[in-house]
Write a protein that binds this ligand. Structure first.
Ligand SMILES: Cc1ncc(COP(=O)(O)O)c(C=O)c1O
Length: 406
């Protein structure tokens, strides 16, 4: 084009798909972007403590893989996953009371990918998905992107109510129930054994897929392990169990898995092929090597001991930090606790003012599929040391007092 030629008339920018337009931006995300400042004590992040990663052990596993099987490590792999990793994960699952063979598993790129694959395999646009209230945010996103209608199952401080679930399943005919029964994100709650049995019974009687997401279950600081829903009679052929190495090894590996009945697993494998062909071979082989050469359970016990002390530090500082009348959960493991301030506190409105005190939390409202409880917040207690947690809570207390009831 020369200077004398008129500029071409451009058609408007082509549009995004409706599901992408509907997702839009997030004001909370914009505020929390500020928390990347190093001086901010960030209870918002949900990040495992980096100083506890077994970086030396993981590096050793990568070195061994590159020394011994470099061609394999750098080559394409099967969609289902590397046999050595599937075998190790199946053995871990079986050792925890759920008979599992390598063929029962599909390796995924983090358990987050499993949610997308399941949404593709199980959901028609307009289908209903039942979730807990509040619910893991990125699961809400995955289901919404698939065009699902997300409905919360009523519950209480112990988690979802199986009777309410039964009534909702009868009324809504949902495609699936999504649940994080152990140390839930965002509340830290654990669904008691009797309720798990009742949920399995509802699924068996009414015909319902259960997606049981368990990235935190191994991070227990006290109390007894509660069996998976997937292990209950009647639930076996309709429960998908999701696992992840993110919280017990390192999230940067992006290694998760799903355990599902054959037909659904095959559908997920086809969806995965379309998404990324397979999870990085080198990461899978290094993780398999790590599991063969190191005692992951011993590592997890060390991590859990540190996290338990950090939880205690947060529990100790909360009474002085939060206004009178606040309540909070007391998780037996995992990474999060959930606090509720008295009405009319609005944690979304308060966040910008509190962040000016160099501390951050996640407001509770976005974790709700409907009827957001604006007085709630999620606090992650594992990323900082007990001293930093104490200081962060002092700042939170000052921030809440300064910016008060909005
Ligand atoms: C409940 C739950 N599910 C799934 C994930 C995704 O984990 P990843 O993809 O790292 O395995 C997370 C991460 O925070 C989570 O909290």
């Amino acid at each position: 084009m020369t200077a004398t030629e008129p500029a071409p008339v451009l058609a408007p920018t082509p549009r995004l798909a409706a599901r992408a337009r509907a997702v839009g931006g997030s004001p909370v995300r914009d505020i929390l972007a500020v928390t990347a400042r190093p001086e901010v004590i960030n209870f918002a992040g949900g990040l495992p403590a980096p100083e506890l990663f077994d970086a030396d052990g993981i590096a050793e596993a990568y070195r061994a893989v590159f020394a011994e099987t470099p061609a394999r490590a750098l080559q394409y792999s099967t969609t289902e996953g590397e046999p050595a990793l599937r075998a190790a994960l199946a053995a871990r699952t079986a050792a925890r009371g759920l008979p599992t063979t390598p063929d029962d598993l599909l390796v995924t790129t983090g358990s987050q990918q499993a949610l997308s694959l399941l949404a593709t395999a199980l959901l028609e646009p307009g289908d209903t998905v039942l979730v807990e209230s509040p619910c893991y945010l990125a699961a809400l996103q995955a289901f919404s992107l698939a065009g699902a209608r997300v409905v919360a199952v009523p519950g209480d401080e112990r988690g979802l109510d199986p009777d309410a679930l039964d009534a909702l399943v009868a009324r809504e005919r949902p495609a699936l129930l999504y649940t994080v029964p152990t140390f839930q994100n965002p509340t830290g709650r654990t669904l008691p054994a009797a309720r798990r049995a009742a949920v399995a019974e509802v699924a068996a009687r009414r015909g319902l897929w259960i997606v049981e997401d368990d990235p935190y279950g191994e991070l227990r600081y006290e109390g007894e392990r509660v069996p998976w829903i997937a292990a209950h009679p009647g639930a076996a052929d309709r429960t998908v169990l999701l696992g992840s190495l993110s919280k017990v090894m390192a999230p940067g590996l992006r290694l998760g898995w799903l355990r599902a009945p054959a037909e659904l697993r095959r559908a997920c494998a086809v969806a995965k092929q379309a998404a990324d062909l397979h999870t990085p071979t080198v990461n899978q082989l290094a993780a398999a090597r790590y599991l063969a050469d190191h005692d992951l359970d011993a590592h997890v016990r060390r991590v859990a001991a540190v996290y338990g002390a950090r939880r205690d530090a947060m529990l100790a500082g909360l009474p002085a930090a939060l206004p009178d009348g606040s309540t909070w959960t007391r998780p037996e493991g995992g990474m999060f606790l959930w606090a509720r301030l008295p009405e009319p506190y609005d944690t979304t409105a308060l966040l910008p003012g509190v962040v000016r005190h160099d501390v951050a939390y996640v407001p509770g409202a976005p974790f709700h599929a409907a009827d957001p409880d604006r007085a709630t917040m999620r606090l992650c207690f594992v990323t900082q040391t007990p001293d930093e947690i104490a200081e962060g809570l002092r700042r939170l207390g000052t921030g809440l007092r300064d910016h008060g009831r909005s």
